[in-house]
Design a protein around this ligand. Structure first.
Ligand code: FES
Ligand code: FES
Length: 159
């Protein structure tokens, strides 16, 4: 069946079966492979995207449930009007580069999307809170200290 999804501000027509996950719709049907498939069962966070600004595991939700929603993937993050953007990058992307917050990079888009969602939740974010609230995003390379540094730097700049 044909569905319309609003992804990164643009309406996309995709041919899906009803049980297609949002993750597969993004990667296999919309060609947006920046969102990664790790476990495909809600345990690693690699597939994190924003739906109406809130972080969601795209492997655990069906694409057909999001016809009226605004879906944001890592491809839609750069170039926005966000204060603190640097060289066209979203401030969280720029902070990850500055703090060397990745190694292989497989978890990175999910980490960044999750961090953007976390920062938008408007909580006071000390390092322990960041660690706890980011605990659903697994990094097999163990880049956690630098990931926390990157997120803390954006949180501090916004405080
Ligand atoms: Fe979705 Fe791992 S691929 S949580
Ligand atoms: Fe390799 Fe996180 S940077 S899994």
């Amino acid at each position: 069946m044909r569905y319309s999804l609003r992804i990164n501000g643009a309406l996309r027509e995709v041919d899906l079966v009803a049980e297609t996950t949002l993750l597969d719709a993004l990667r296999e049907h919309a060609g947006l492979t920046g969102t990664k498939k790790g476990c495909d069962r809600g345990q690693c966070g690699a597939c994190t995207v924003l739906i109406n600004g809130r972080r969601v595991l795209s492997c655990l939700t069906l694409a057909m449930m999001h016809g009226g929603d605004e879906i944001t993937t890592i491809e839609g993050l750069a170039g926005g009007p966000e204060p603190g953007s640097k060289d066209g990058l979203h401030p969280v992307q720029a902070a990850f580069v500055e703090h060397d917050a990745f190694q292989c990079g497989f978890c990175t888009s999910g980490q960044i999307m999750s961090a953007v969602g976390l920062l938008a939740e408007g909580r006071t974010l000390d390092r322990d809170t960041i660690r706890e609230r980011m605990s659903g995003n697994i990094c097999r390379c163990g880049a956690y200290p630098n990931i926390v540094d990157a997120i803390a730097s954006v949180a501090e700049a916004r405080a």
